[in-house]
Design a protein around this ligand. Structure first.
Ligand SMILES: N[C@@H](CCC(=O)N[C@@H](CS)C(=O)NCC(=O)O)C(=O)O
Length: 208
């Protein structure tokens, strides 16, 4: 996912962190080499100078937010103490629950011919998506971002899910959730978002 590259761009440390593109599919795929970095051959991964590697986008975002906490604080991009429960909950919720709803929906609705779609799976995931979207829509009522007034790493993580949902069936999944739609406009208007997402149009089968 582009969550981590987006956060790197928000923090403004593109010069500290080398972002390498990995082709997962097609003739340019170099997965055997990449398996030395990420044994599951998924993206992203963050290799540290020590040689240790982080293999989960949520962990990478939390780690970056932690090591660059002073820089983020100076830009007002950290959660208030009263928002920390939201911060951790939404970050882990995004990667452990929401990704598992969106990934099959995306594959079924955008990458599978209509006659081959698993309608039972689609119905099951749509039902769960409704739970997620209803909860997030209510959460965002009266809030600019996941943690209130401050944009934080939690917005890079959940914001990625919101953007991902918005590119399925021309945004149909979000049509009944006005707070989420407005939130999506706010995050997509950010310079850091534009820099990263303009070069990565697809959430899967891509790079980063
Ligand atoms: N839990 C992992 C999931 C990583 C993941 O599945 N990434 C996708 C791309 S966003 C991927 O590499 N898919 C493999 C493929 O497309 O072949 C994370 O959040 O980092």
């Amino acid at each position: 996912s582009c969550r981590c590259a987006w956060l790197v761009s928000e923090i403004g440390v593109e010069d500290d962190i080398v972002i390498e593109k990995v082709s997962l599919h097609g003739p340019a795929a170099n997965l055997d080499e990449y398996a030395n970095v990420h044994p599951y051959r998924t993206i992203p991964a963050l290799r540290l100078p020590s040689g240790e590697t982080l293999l989960e986008s949520g962990a990478i975002c939390l780690y970056l937010a932690d090591i660059y906490s002073e820089k983020l604080a100076s830009q007002g991009l950290v959660p208030a103490v009263s928002e920390k429960a939201n911060y951790y909950n939404w970050i882990v919720h995004a990667t452990s629950t929401v990704d598992q709803i969106l990934d099959p929906l995306y594959m079924q609705l955008t990458h599978t011919p209509e006659e081959k779609r698993n309608q039972e799976l689609i119905a099951e995931k749509k039902k769960k998506f409704t739970v997620f979207a209803t909860t997030l829509n209510a959460h965002l009522s009266g809030r600019e971002f996941i943690c209130g007034d401050n944009f934080t790493a939690a917005d890079c993580v959940i914001g990625y899910n919101v953007w991902w949902a918005s590119i399925i069936n021309k945004g149909a999944l979000l049509s009944e959730y006005p707070e989420i739609q407005e939130y999506k406009e706010r995050i997509c208007n950010r310079d850091a978002w534009k820099k990263v997402f303009c070069r990565a149009p697809k959430p899967s089968g891509g790079s980063l």
